[in-house]
Write a protein that binds this ligand. Structure first.
Ligand SMILES: *[C@@H]1O[C@H](CO)[C@@H](O)[C@H](O)[C@H]1NC(C)=O
Ligand SMILES: *[C@@H]1O[C@H](CO)[C@@H](O)[C@H](O)[C@H]1NC(C)=O
Length: 216
């Protein structure tokens, strides 16, 4: 009996935790983001529903290729609450990702979202790494029409392994998933993380750390 109580309490606790960890269900039809409001809430304040129009729920231009002329050879075009105010409180958003041949979307994590990605054009190698201590890499090669999921918080990447450009569309389980690009966060923070710390953490010479810090 006592065992049952413990199991039930654990189940109840895990539900409680889920409710805290993810965007709560909306309590109204919509809450279109009011970018002019200075109210500080978890998300953005709601526009007066009387002044809401279809434009608040629309975004155009996702058919346009992103400019991949950069060192990554990729471009992410986001459609999150900043671009589409109607997404406020809804716990969902979208991106288009363009890749030049051999372009990468470098290792990064979304602190607030799981991501489900589908290849529209070309072929991608994708992967994510599980938490410590295993740090197992789960990787696959995707072709047009294939779908892959990156679980919330895990470090992941994509690389174009086809012969031409590649295009993917991904949905994310937050109106504002956030992105932490690992190299930029670690070697490009402002002010920078002390070179001694990074040299020890990465088990490499401080001069290499300095080079990396200069790049990012
Ligand atoms: C793409 O980006 C590069 C580098 O920023 C820039 O030189 C080029 O003009 C851009 N191309 C287009 C079509 O906007
Ligand atoms: C590569 O892409 C990431 C994520 O979009 C961006 O933060 C970073 O600045 C890019 N790096 C370079 C060298 O362009």
């Amino acid at each position: 009996m006592a065992k049952h109580v413990i199991v039930l309490s654990l189940v109840a606790l895990s539900f409680g935790f889920l409710a805290f960890a993810f965007e709560p269900s909306p309590l109204q039809d919509f809450c279109v983001a009011d970018s002019t409001s200075s109210a500080r809430v978890n998300g953005q304040a709601c526009k007066d529903p009387g002044s809401v129009t279809a434009n608040d729920f629309s975004f155009s231009g996702l058919h346009l290729p992103g400019n991949t002329s950069n060192p990554n050879g990729s471009r992410v075009t986001p459609v999150s609450v900043a671009q589409l105010p109607g997404l406020n409180t809804l716990g969902i958003s979208l991106v288009r990702i363009d890749y030049a041949p051999w372009g990468i979307n470098p290792p990064h994590t979304h602190p607030r979202a799981t991501e489900i990605l589908t290849v529209i054009e070309g072929s991608l190698q994708v992967g994510f790494v599980t938490s410590n201590p295993n740090n197992a890499q789960i990787t696959n090669t995707l072709h047009k029409g294939d779908v892959f999921v990156f679980p919330v918080g895990l470090v992941h990447f994509q690389r174009n392994v086809g012969t031409g450009n590649a295009v993917a569309i991904a949905a994310l389980s937050s109106q504002n998933p956030g992105v932490i690009t690992i190299a930029n966060a670690v070697f490009g923070s402002k002010p920078e993380i002390s070179g001694d710390i990074l040299a020890k953490a990465f088990q490499m010479d401080k001069s290499v750390v300095n080079q990396l810090q200069a790049k990012f």
